[in-house]
Design a protein around this ligand. Sequence first.
Ligand code: ZN
Ligand code: ZN
Length: 431
Amino acid sequence: MRRFSTAFALVSVLIASFSLFAEESDRWFRGNTHTHTLWSDGDDLPESVADWYKRHGYHFLVLSDHNILSRGERWKELRADEALPVLKKAEQRWGKGHVKTRVADGKKQVRLMPLSEVRELLEEPGKFIMIEGVELSSNPSGFAVHSNPLNVSEHLEVHRKTNRSVVEDLTDHERVVHAHEEKTGNPVFWQVNHPNFKFSVTGEMLAGIEGLDGVEIMNSSSKCFNLGDGRRPSLERIWDIANTLRLKRDALPPIYGTATDDTHDYHIGDYVMNSPGTSWVMVNAPELTPNAIAKAMQQGAFYSTTGVILKKLEFDSTRRTLTVVVDEKKGLNYRIEFIGTHKNASLKHEDVEAIVDEKGLPHPVTANYVDERIGMSLKIIDGAKAVYRMTGDELYVRAVVHCDAPPYFKYDAYSDLVQKAWTQPVGWDGN
Ligand SMILES: [Zn+2]
Ligand SMILES: [Zn+2]
């Protein structure tokens, strides 16, 4: 996590790292940073979950169960609907007797593997690793403040009293994560999850968390309202507003956008809502280790995707050019869009009245920023390759790659999950 005091000292490192995208020594690693298992409310064993990701070409996986690390001895009673598929799948994959069972209080329980055993079973140096994580989850006053620190090594306890505000809880998560990072000296990439789940977190709130590294701009599980709901903005819009406020008003570095599965359901088929495989990150790092991945993500050396893969992503800090080349799939057409905020964009905004839900709870809404040059479309190229040369007027630039592959599924009443890729904001230090 990047702290305020050191934020701008890191800028030059970040920009330099983008030039490294072209270095052959660095590799691209595919990973999911938000995954549930039976350790909390996911419906499969941790080793079966990790095995799915490994078999599907992922290089790393973060198991992020709610407020719990996969450590120690844990037995769990399976729900009637999960027991059969969980045990059948495990037996087919790992053989009879792999899953330990016992009867406690007349109920059958299964033993959950701790992360150390999952690592032993599945990790292969340079090919596949597990990164320890957790979903810090607090639910103040009917909202949901969930955040994932990636690359932790001990239990982190956040306040879980419900009489607190969303901002108080976000600040509490930040304090806990940062204290852990200071204590261990290991980089921890910290993202706020699904801001539009229960419409809990606004763009202004994200802007205000100084030490935040990332935010989910795509979460392919249910009720996350990635594209807003018609009355409230999309996560991408919220992200641009937060980054504009941070860079222009607060002298803070931008936050990076992640795409995650937030997987819960493993027995309903692949590539459907809540199942694995539709949203992930591609990280450019010198090696496949938890520290290298977390550090690269803190530096913004990654992009997020729901299926579009890039062959080249390079920000040349001397020429001020952002180059995007898609690894094309036959039969698909691509459109590359560059998005950014103009340096002179006004931060003038109209406050939007809170939206009261069916329980009478008012949900604050990200303000309406009237200057169209905030998060504006700067250039659109039809094709699989595009270069954007910065004019000097941009606060930052990022790219989105659209394609015409059929959507995976409709994830809420407002939108389909389509295949896209989002690169991170670059060119924001003014050099
Ligand atoms: Zn969550
Ligand atoms: Zn989750």
